[in-house]
Ligand binder design. Structure first.
Ligand code: CMC
Length: 388
């Protein structure tokens, strides 16, 4: 038509149709394949929800057993891939380690290049679900300078992950059911969120018919940024800074309102939710339960509560419809579980993986998919010529 509409940041433009997740941002509603997030968070598990997102229906007990079993059988990393971690400094941010290692997976599984072969898509799905938590735990161990453990396939998905992170060869690992349950619930809350920046990245890369490992590695990089998944890490840094500087919550909020450079209330605001993020409600409940059950007292949780109370009563935040998002309280829980701050966004990535896979598969299976190729409005110099 010759007419190109400008929509910077995709505020009004849908990039795709999708049957996976429904959000009503004004009403604070989130549903996966039609099921309200509140019901799934209370009554199901990470793997069940992963199955729901990827295959469209909740699994029968047999289907779930088979899915779980397949994932357990693929947890090992190739021994050579383990040496990959040796090439990185122990100070490496685990999100960079994660995206690089997932990208490297496609060098081991070149069958994944055959993106239209359903069998290859299926085995790549299982490999990703099985191996991402192992890579994540190795990124953590690498930072600690501790030996990598082999996965223990007698354990559930979440317990295996916790053992890989917190177990050592020196003593037996004791599963803490409070921790497992809480982590499983947090992962469910992160499993999908329709066309967010990382998922859109996965789809865009996938639309070129790049394999699923490369597409998801790109999604992990998009998630890394502090305006997206990196916000959970940024929230904890913000709370610790408020505590250490002694400036007090009210003063900090004043600086946010003055829009001092680089000062935002991290964990607040959302492109889609213009009311309380339904995930944040559930995380807030979990924060109280988990800290109590683990016997942890954290002044940062008190600061977070105070910050929320002040912000929710302030016209600046009311007018702009800024409410706590999913990242506001998660960091406090991850910290109580023993994860270092730099692992927080990695936990988000493990949570989001089933969503990324579901979207990649939906895009890949849709005959209407075209390579993603946005237009631009050119604002550079008009034609000019070399003066020679
Ligand atoms: N603190 C202070 N002011 C804010 C904040 C905030 N966290 N978020 C938005 N605003 C203000 C912003 O300054 C603008 O004000 P004005 O109209 O006076 O210019 C107004 O609210 C609209 O903001 P926006 O930046 O145009 O909104 P957006 O939809 O482009 O951005 C966002 C959404 C999530 C990037 C943003 O709210 C933000 O930076 N939040 C902090 C980071 C964060 O918590 N991110 C996690 C999002 S949820 C999980 C995830 O995706 O990973």
């Amino acid at each position: 038509t010759g007419y190109t509409a400008l929509d910077q940041g995709f505020v009004n433009t849908a990039s795709t149709k999708s049957a996976i997740t429904y959000i009503d941002g004004d009403a604070g509603i989130l549903r996966y394949r039609g099921y309200p997030i509140e019901e799934l968070a209370k009554g199901s598990t990470y793997l069940e929800v992963a199955f729901l997102l990827i295959y469209g229906e909740l699994p029968t007990p047999d289907q779930l057993g088979e899915f779980d079993e397949k994932i357990r059988r693929h947890t090992l990393l190739h021994e050579d891939l383990k040496h990959f971690f040796d090439a990185l400094p122990h100070t490496a941010h685990p999100m960079s380690v994660l995206s690089s290692a997932v990208s490297a997976l496609s060098t081991y599984y070149e069958d994944s290049l055959n993106v239209h072969d359903p069998e290859q898509v299926e085995i790549s799905t299982i490999r990703l679900l099985a191996k991402l938590p192992v890579i994540a735990a190795y990124a953590h161990k690498k930072a600690l300078g501790q030996a990598f453990l082999y996965p223990d396939n007698s354990l559930s998905f979440v317990d295996n992950f916790l053992k890989l992170n917190f177990g050592t060869m020196a003593e037996p690992y004791v599963v803490n059911p409070v921790l497992s349950k809480a982590l499983d619930r947090l992962l469910i809350l992160h499993e999908d969120h329709e066309q967010n920046a990382s998922t859109s990245t996965v789809r865009l890369v996938g639309s070129t018919e790049a394999n699923i490992f490369s597409s998801i590695s790109a999604g992990i990089n998009a998630l890394y940024g502090p305006l997206h998944g990196g916000a959970n890490e940024a929230v904890l840094k913000m709370l610790a800074d408020i505590r250490d500087s002694g400036e007090g919550v009210a003063k900090f909020v004043e600086r946010v309102k003055k829009k001092e450079e680089g000062v935002r209330l991290m964990g607040f605001g959302h492109r889609v939710y213009k009311s309380y993020d339904p995930r944040a409600k559930l995380v807030k409940e979990s924060a109280d339960e988990v800290l109590e059950a683990l016997g942890v007292q954290d002044e940062l949780l008190d600061l977070a509560r105070e910050l929320e109370q002040i912000a929710l009563a302030d016209p600046y935040f009311i007018e702009r419809k800024l409410y706590p998002n999913v990242d506001f309280y998660t960091g406090v829980i991850y910290k109580a579980m023993g994860f270092p701050t730099r692992m927080f966004t990695v936990l988000f990535a493990i949570g989001r993986l089933p969503g990324w896979i579901a979207h990649w598969r939906e895009m890949n299976a849709d005959p209407a998919t075209k390579i993603g190729r946005p237009q631009q409005l050119y604002i550079g110099p008009p034609e000019r010529h070399l003066d020679r």
